[in-house]
Design a protein around this ligand. Structure first.
Ligand code: UDP
Ligand code: MG
Length: 417
């Protein structure tokens, strides 16, 4: 991510308010949106900037923005080399925003700039984050509103932050707080929950929502699946931050990564190859217990994929190490270890217990001791051990996949910087 242009920052007075707008193929919307924002912000009487982040649009979005930026010094534009996603665009906007207060909103005129003063008022009451709630959401009921209601309910339960509308982009932030919040993958939907990591005070207010008039939505039903995966990943991320040691010791972390992960990678590969015969062994030992045999097989596959992702993540982290900040590097390293730390030992213990029972005379007495008739308890131990272990690996995979997408964008152009 080349950020060298940053040093050429303008010498004008620092704006007090920054409006961040990620846009991807919104050519019919951007001009009108800028004018609406301008009409709302001028009367507030504060210095402000409008920061459009063009997320690698293929249409005329950038042409319109660059034309407009010649007449409007308050319009600043960042253009990505290629599409990196809404979260990355928002992260770039937050990074380059100069204001002490930041507003984020969609670039398709679905959010209404007229709500900005209301959000700021709430922010001034002492909150660090004010979320918009599209109570009267103007999107399709079955494919958009229902999944959103369910997802928001689950997110509320999982994260403990009961916001009605996590997906609403119209939000107000205290810059010093949002700049500390790490954003990963498609995690802009988890900003409220993620902000609790840095101790943010959060509230929400009802905002206006309009149907989309120009252009198309960038998301389909696939979003439902991705949000579900993100919820699981988020749970892990939060557990990582909850047990965060003193972040003032980068050298120790560096040492840890060198000492632990290179040999660990090899260990993963060895384990993967060793676990393939498990599949055969599982069939022989457990016969008709297909679930156990299948678990062994999935263990092998999971280990192989994990080894591959570990390697990729390490390569990625190495290549990008100069642009990753301490927290990100810490995150990448930590999340490699977390789920396995939880599920690994439990899985192995269960597996070991089952194996011991299987190989000793206790095995024939077990059904009587535990009062189970139809299934062999050692089979159950072994199977559940493998399943628990596999779920740890699955958790690792999801966390890794999300960590890998940290701020994956390249900036091509800055205008009015
Ligand atoms: N967006 C983006 N990059 C993407 C997808 C979307 O910058 O890869 C922008 C998009 O241009 C819009 C905002 O994110 O300004 C929300 O997208 P959209 O309106 O498609 O989402 P929806 O309202 O359908 O949830
Ligand atoms: Mg929209």
């Amino acid at each position: 991510m080349p950020i060298s242009h940053r040093s050429t920052a303008r010498t004008v007075k620092k704006p007090i308010l920054s409006i961040v707008v990620p846009v991807y193929n919104e050519e019919e919307n951007v001009r009108m949106l800028f004018e609406k924002i301008q009409a709302v912000c001028e009367p507030i009487g504060e210095t402000y900037e409008v920061l459009f982040v063009d997320d690698g649009s293929h249409d005329g979005t950038f042409a319109v923005l660059s034309e407009l930026s010649k007449q409007k010094p308050k319009l600043r534009v960042i253009r990505f080399q290629k599409n990196a996603g809404q979260t990355a665009a928002m992260a770039a906007g937050f990074e380059f925003a100069q204001g002490q207060r930041i507003i984020s909103m969609d670039g398709d005129l679905q959010n209404d700039p007229a709500d900005i003063p209301k959000l700021l008022e709430k922010l001034d009451e002492g909150y660090d984050l004010v979320c918009g709630w599209r109570k009267e959401r103007q999107d399709k009921f079955l494919t958009r509103r229902v999944p959103s209601i369910v997802a928001n309910w689950i997110i509320g339960k999982v994260t403990g932050v009961p916001i009605h509308d996590n997906g609403c982009s119209l939000k107000a932030y205290r810059a010093s707080v949002i700049k500390q919040v790490p954003l990963y993958g498609e995690m802009h939907r988890f900003i409220p929950a993620m902000s609790t990591v840095v101790g943010a005070r959060i509230t929400e207010i009802v905002v206006t929502h309009h149907p989309r008039r120009f252009g198309k939505s960038k998301y389909g039903l696939g979003r439902v699946w991705r949000v579900m995966l993100d919820i699981i990943a988020f749970k892990f991320i939060i557990s990582v931050f909850a047990s965060r040691p003193n972040p003032q010791k980068p050298s120790l972390r560096q040492r840890l990564s060198n000492v632990l992960f290179r040999p660990k990678q090899k260990a993963f590969r060895v384990a993967a190859f060793l676990s393939l015969p498990f599949f055969v062994l599982g069939r022989v030992l457990l016969g008709s217990a297909n679930i156990a045999a299948l678990s062994c097989f999935s263990l092998a596959v999971a280990l192989l994929i994990l080894a591959w992702i570990t390697e990729n993540t390490i390569q990625h982290a190495k290549r990008e190490s100069s642009t990753l900040d301490t927290l990100e590097r810490f995150f990448i390293i930590q999340c490699r270890r977390r789920p396995i730390r939880f599920f690994g030992p439990i899985g192995v213990a269960l597996f070991g217990l089952g194996a011991i029972f299987l190989l000793t005379p206790i095995n024939s007495l077990l059904p009587e001791i535990l009062n189970v008739r139809y299934s062999n308890p050692s089979t159950i131990f072994i199977t559940s051990g493998i399943l628990v272990f596999c779920s740890g690996l699955f958790g690792e995979l999801i966390t890794f996949a999300n960590a890998k997408r940290v701020k994956d964008y390249t900036i091509e152009t800055f205008l009015n910087f």
